[in-house]
Design a protein around this ligand. Structure first.
Ligand SMILES: [Zn+2]
Length: 167
């Protein structure tokens, strides 16, 4: 069986930035990444590179930044008044740390994660670009297993059972 659309595929992989040995993400065979191929939930180029493989087969491919998270957008770097980080009249020192991620919400309440770039006297600068924006992604790994998705999984557009949703 070769991976194709409407298969549930389990993989292990290591993600690095192209040209770097530093691990960005490591997914082992004991706790693999399980996904529904062809559901459109993942980066298209990622799915394309994982199509036509057999269980046990290894892969090694690079997604350009354009195929991945695009270029960093200057407009996604925003200055937020320090007032927004006051809790009970005190600046939230432990939440706002330069070089550390911070969890926030957009106007409609959706969770957003940004990176604190600078803490000024009047504003905190936060970068809401994807951490891998502007970078080429190097994936190396192995296909662990492949199975046909169930009709329910296809209807829901996601995987059920081990590694997937439970409901
Ligand atoms: Zn479901």
């Amino acid at each position: 069986m070769k991976t194709s659309a409407n298969h549930v595929v389990s993989i292990s992989y290591k993600l690095t930035e192209q040209g770097s040995d530093e691990t960005v993400e490591l997914v082992t065979g004991e706790d693999p990444f399980v996904f529904l191929l062809g559901s459109g939930n993942l980066l298209e180029a990622f799915e394309r590179n994982l199509t036509g493989l057999e269980a046990g087969q290894t892969f090694d491919f690079i997604l350009t930044s354009q195929e991945a998270y695009g270029d960093p957008d200057q407009e996604a770097i925003v200055k937020i008044p320090v007032d927004a980080f006051m809790i009970d009249g005190k600046f939230a020192e432990d939440l706002v740390v330069v070089g550390q991620p911070i969890r926030m919400q957009d106007q409609t309440g959706n969770p957003l994660v940004g990176m604190v770039i600078e803490r000024g006297l009047e504003a905190v600068t936060i970068d809401f670009n994807h951490p891998m924006a502007g970078k080429a992604l190097h994936f190396r790994g192995e296909v662990i297993s492949i199975r046909q998705a169930t009709e329910e999984e296809l209807e829901h557009g996601h995987v059920h059972g081990p590694g997937g949703h439970h409901h």
